[in-house]
Design a protein around this ligand. Sequence first.
Ligand code: M5T
Ligand code: MG
Length: 242
Amino acid sequence: AALAGVVEYRNVTFAYPGAESPVLSNISFTARPGQTVAIIGSTGAGKTSLLSLLPRLYDPVEGEVLLDGVPVSRLDRAEITKRVALVPQRPYLFSGTIEHNLRFGKSEATDRELWDALRVAQGESFVRDKKNGLDARIAQGGTNVSGGQRQRLCIARALVTKPRVYLFDDSFSALDVATDARLRAALKQTTADATVIIVAQRVSTITEADQILVLDNGRIVDRGTHEELLETSPTYQEIVES
Ligand code: M5T
Ligand code: MG
């Protein structure tokens, strides 16, 4: 099971280079293939920072992040990228066709695979509606598509790489509630064997997660399922009511 996709954060503390105080303190959790782990918490809590440590955008100052039992500090980024796809909070599209944007990171994907990914990401119909389909041009920064379309193209791009681990950083926030629900249902099937870590703003996006981590000021203050947290976590209750 060398390529299973088990993610473990072990006593991770992290500060940005040059910063005095850590933005993450003593973070520990495990996410296994077939599981969805959700991270919720107020703005600035450290959710994006937490995700950034797995693909080694930064390295922890203490503790370890492990992928299939191996500290990621021993893997190079290219090796990690084959197994881990991060859909960033501000998804990036570059100047080129939709096809170029989708193939970024996996140039050998077939057209069939691109359309399959678009279908799951709920992006099939708007690409079909474009006169040139996959050949339609995207402007630098994706300024000629809506925020929700941009998110869906970036989710499709991640699906095309068929990773073992998906990191979704607030990837559903620009979608209306119905599209969000359809996308998550389709994703659930497609990513059934993968490890999914998802940062969300809306509680409705994560009620079915196997484990929810409540992040506050860089610390995991509570963890459990939605039902458990409703009973035990005042911080979670506040988020639900907000
Ligand atoms: C946590 C600081 C940020 C905040 C804390 C990305 C980034 C963040 N920070 C930096 O100093 N440099 C950086 O490059 O770290 O920020 P976060 O992890 O982005 O928080 P979040 O994702 O929970 O917030 P949000 O608004 O996306 O819900 O003090 O200044
Ligand atoms: Mg963030």
